[in-house]
Structure formats: C-alpha cells, structure tokens
Design a protein around this ligand. Structure first.
Ligand code: SF4
Length: 82
C-alpha cells in the first residue's frame, strides 16, 4: 500500500451511490490512468482477482475482472446493462 499510486484517490476507484454509466466510464478512465503509473499494478491486480474485490483495482474494472474469470456476484458494468 505504501507504493500505491492511488493513495488518497479512493474517490475515483470506488463508485458513488447511483453512479450513471457515463460517469462510471469517466471515473474508471481516470483510475486506469493512475494504475498505468503504478509500481505495484501486477500485485494489486492479482490480489483483487483472488479476493473478488469490488471497485477498480490493478488497472481493471469489476466487469473486466469478472470477464477474466474472477467472478463477482454483481459486477457493476454487467449489472448496469442487464
Ligand atoms: S494498481 Fe492498484 S495500487 Fe496501483 S494505483 Fe491501481 S489500484 Fe492503486
């Protein structure tokens, strides 16, 4: 956590209540840009996948993690479209 590029930026890694899809896409783009600069991206992504975390972790959205085979009960992108 000490090496995380997202320290202090949790607002863009977790959705607010009732977030609309367009706002989610913008928020996740900002989060992805932070992750691309992060020294611990691979470790973070593996942790989130293996612990079925919600939110944006390791350069991946909930939907991307779910589609990679690390299933979540209600990933936000898929839930919004169904
Ligand atoms: S890879 Fe993980 S630790 Fe690094 S900025 Fe992204 S969410 Fe934070």
């Amino acid at each position: 956590m000490n090496d995380a590029a997202c320290r202090g930026l949790s607002d863009i890694f977790f959705p607010p209540a009732a977030e609309r899809p367009q706002a989610r896409e913008r928020r996740e783009q900002m989060a992805r840009a932070v992750c691309e600069t992060c020294e611990v991206l691979a470790t973070c992504r593996d942790f989130a996948r293996n612990h079925h975390e919600y939110g944006f972790w390791g350069g991946e959205s909930e939907e991307q993690r779910h589609q990679a085979g690390f299933h979540l009960i209600a990933p936000i992108g898929i839930r919004a479209r169904s």
